[in-house]
Design a protein around this ligand. Structure first.
Ligand code: MOS
Length: 727
């Protein structure tokens, strides 16, 4: 189905299942420990051996020699895989450095060997017996030092540097100016479930149970890396214990499990240990961002410029931290620039709201600084500079843009009017108290997405798609969509996800999953509805599917009747066409935060949080709220705690475990309030929905930074805002 015309009314609009707060249909599997995650997928017939990954002990250089003899002779060892024994491997489209290193080493903890043994402890013990001699080379590990060597860079369809009007002239003339530099550190996804895979070969075919967000991309990359046809690779990823972008692409566990299983002649399971995760896989790259904003005395922005520097391995991508600045505020003269330096740290890549999350951490402090210089309320400043069109391409309107309504609603609910604009004025016992605000912005991306639907003779509906549920609630919204479309209760729908033998979906990434994948299910259900009325010999035009029946032409027939002679199976995909080109589609929100800062110790506590989101139709308010509070929590981490500490001499992330890499715990998080504006966006898709999973983190960090400033009068521009920066 091509989606190129907004529907006035469609079967989803009945809203009998869609739009209702619904418990996760997969919840009981998770809470009873019966959800099969990658590493514990137990097919008793498999009897997998255990693989243990050895990571490189240098950040850059060459392996001079490797002595495997002691490891091979160790108890229980079945095979040892190295780059030498694996032979020439191909390169996946989405991986920057080879997933199995040697003799060249691209980054610290790049995999250099896999030991396969009968037991996990045997494999681990044997891996410690491998002797590797390295020729270490000098690397570049310091972004600030490498900044001047950075070059223009862009990601895929990104336009690269942009310019409208004459930024420099307008900025020079502006009566009110702010120019500041902000930094965000390297951050880790630190998802609960580590990367893990089980590989099993049957002849020239490999089946991989793994934990992956994008099944089809990853099948392609396994095939490319192992040099085999795509149709000989099967990926199964039904449950994922968090991804946050770190599982968009295959990592070393997938390839090494496949190579290990081949070498051992039997299935092999490989999990990356927690200490390997931080340097072996990917992270959100650090940024240095320079922002210049010029405004008239009335607060109108006349010039807005944003430059961002990040680093990556050769061939890697930049962090697109300027992307929201192209779209968020009006301003006749504007420029953005993205610069990329070569660094020899582990690969930087997408992490929850790549680009916008760190970009807004800078831009939305800068807006607070402009408001202060103007003596204007920061909510007011943002409202004043709203735009309903893409400021770089004024012929492209936003399909929906309710930023002003989010700010207004949030301001009222949060009692923003009680904020004292002059910083450092409010005390509550030992706490200095402050309030901060920031806009939230994240683009709405659309992806082709397919599904197969089966109607059984018993009237049950089964959906099959390679879509994934990364903890987001996909199982449930897909079930809700099919139930709504076919007029059956949710418990009559079975949802099967995460298997490359199912139709190719959008996958989970970039907060496109909810809207795109349910639209694919919508398309397949439309086809099934046609098949059903045809089978039943009913007129199609006025057919209503409700209460397990099909009503048409004054008749009412049980849905199951259509499949009485055998299951009906249809397949279709949604393809987004013209509308996506004509309109700028984005999601909006406003974050309000209150913090307390201990007057003596500078301990920072978040006291209240509110997010107001405008993101199209909310398919399941319960799981959507979970997405937003999770993202707000991650925003607290980014603001106050998270930082991969770089060893700038040896070139690795020092705090590579969950003791040293701090993320918020329950005690760090106050009550979080989430409000969804009643928005429906018919331009976006037949579901009229968008996504919220990344919107929720966008802006949180700056709202906290602004609240800390309001509490203390200290402007911290280098994240994370740790208490030492306030003393
Ligand atoms: Mo997201 S960082 O595209 O999973």
């Amino acid at each position: 189905m091509k989606f190129d015309t907004p529907a006035a009314q469609n079967p989803i609009d009945r809203l009998t299942v869609i739009g209702k707060a619904t418990d996760r249909i997969d919840g009981p599997y998770k809470t009873t420990g019966t959800a099969p995650y990658a590493y514990d997928w137990h097919d008793p017939a498999l009897k997998p051996a255990y693989g243990f990954v050895l990571g490189a002990g240098i950040a850059k250089g060459r392996i001079r020699s490797m002595d495997l003899s002691a490891a091979k002779a160790a108890p229980g060892v079945i095979a040892v895989v190295t780059a030498e024994s694996a032979g020439q491997l191909g390169k996946g489209q989405y991986n920057t450095a080879p997933l199995l290193g040697g003799p060249e080493i691209a980054h610290y903890h790049q995999a250099v060997a896999l030991v396969v043994a009968e037991g996990f402890e045997q494999a681990r013990a044997a891996a410690a017996l491998i002797k590797v001699d390295y020729d270490a080379a000098k690397g570049t590990f310091d972004l600030a030092a490498a900044k001047d060597s950075a070059k223009p860079a862009k990601i895929m369809k990104d336009p690269g540097d942009t310019a409208v009007g004459d930024f420099e002239a307008a900025y020079a003339k502006a009566p009110v100016r702010v120019e500041e530099t902000y930094t965000t550190p390297d951050e880790a996804h630190a998802m609960m479930e580590p990367h893990a895979s089980i590989a099993s070969w049957e002849g020239d075919k490999v089946t991989l149970w793994t934990s992956n967000q994008m099944i089809d991309w990853s099948v392609g990359d396994v095939a490319k890396t192992l040099g085999m046809p795509k149709d000989k690779v099967r990926l199964i990823s039904p449950f994922i214990g968090g991804g946050f972008g770190g599982k968009l692409f295959i990592r070393s566990d997938v390839i090494l499990a496949a190579l290990g299983a081949k070498a051992a002649g039997r299935p092999v399971k490989v999990a990356l240990t927690r200490p390997l995760m931080f340097n072996n896989t990917v992270h959100r790259p650090a940024t240095i961002q320079r922002i210049r904003i010029g405004a008239n005395k009335d607060g109108t922005i006349t010039a807005i410029g944003h430059e961002s520097w990040s680093g990556n391995l050769p061939g890697g991508r930049p962090e697109a931290a300027v992307s929201q600045t192209r779209l968020l505020y009006a301003g006749a003269n504007r420029m953005t620039a993205t610069r990329l330096a070569t660094l020899d740290l582990p690969e930087g890549n997408a992490m929850r709201a790549p680009g916008e999350a760190p970009g807004l951490m800078a831009l939305e402090i800068a807006m607070d600084e402009v408001a202060e210089r103007l003596g204007m309320d920061p909510v007011q400043l943002r409202m004043l500079n709203d735009t309903q069109v893409d400021p770089e391409k004024p012929d492209r309107p936003f399909s929906k843009r309710e930023l002003i309504a989010c700010l207004r609603e949030g301001g009222e609910r949060f009692s923003w009017s009680k904020r004292v604009a002059t910083p450092g004025q409010v005390r509550d016992g030992r706490w200095r108290v402050g309030m901060g605000v920031a806009a939230a912005f994240r683009n709405n991306q659309l992806m082709t997405s397919g599904a197969r639907i089966r109607l059984g003779p018993d009237g049950t509906v089964t959906v099959e798609t390679d879509m994934t549920d990364i903890g987001t609630g996909t199982y449930t919204i897909i079930g809700q969509t099919a139930a709504e479309m076919m007029g059956v209760p949710l418990d009559k729908v079975t949802v099967r996800l995460g298997d490359s033998s199912f139709p190719v979906s959008s996958g989970s990434g970039g907060q496109w999953g909810a809207n795109s994948s349910t639209s694919g299910v919508y398309a397949a259900c439309m086809k099934l509805r046609e098949a059903v009325v045809q089978k039943l010999g009913l007129p199609a035009a006025d057919a209503v599917f409700a209460d397990g029946e099909v009503r048409s032409g004054g008749k009412s027939v049980k849905l199951a009747q259509a499949a009485s002679a055998g299951e009906i199976v249809v397949e279709d995909a949604i393809e987004f066409e013209g509308l996506a080109k004509k309109y700028q589609q984005s999601t909006f929100g406003a974050h309000f935060v209150e913090v307390g800062v201990d007057a003596a110790t500078a301990e920072i506590r978040v006291r209240r949080m509110l997010a107001v989101c405008a993101a199209g139709r909310i398919l399941n308010p319960k799981s959507a709220r979970s997405q937003v509070i999770g993202a707000m929590t991650m925003g607290v981490g980014a603001a106050l705690m998270e930082e991969l500490a770089v060893d700038k001499t040896r070139g690795f992330f020092v705090n590579h475990d969950l003791a040293g890499y701090e993320v918020p715990v329950h005690a760090d998080i106050p009550h979080q309030e989430v409000v969804f504006l009643d928005e429906v966006d018919p331009i976006s898709s037949p579901m009229k929905a968008k996504g919220v999973g990344e919107l929720g983190i966008c802006g949180v960090g700056a709202a906290i930074a602004n609240a800390v400033y309001n509490a203390t009068g200290i402007r911290v521009r280098d994240y994370p805002i740790t208490l030492d920066k306030l003393l």
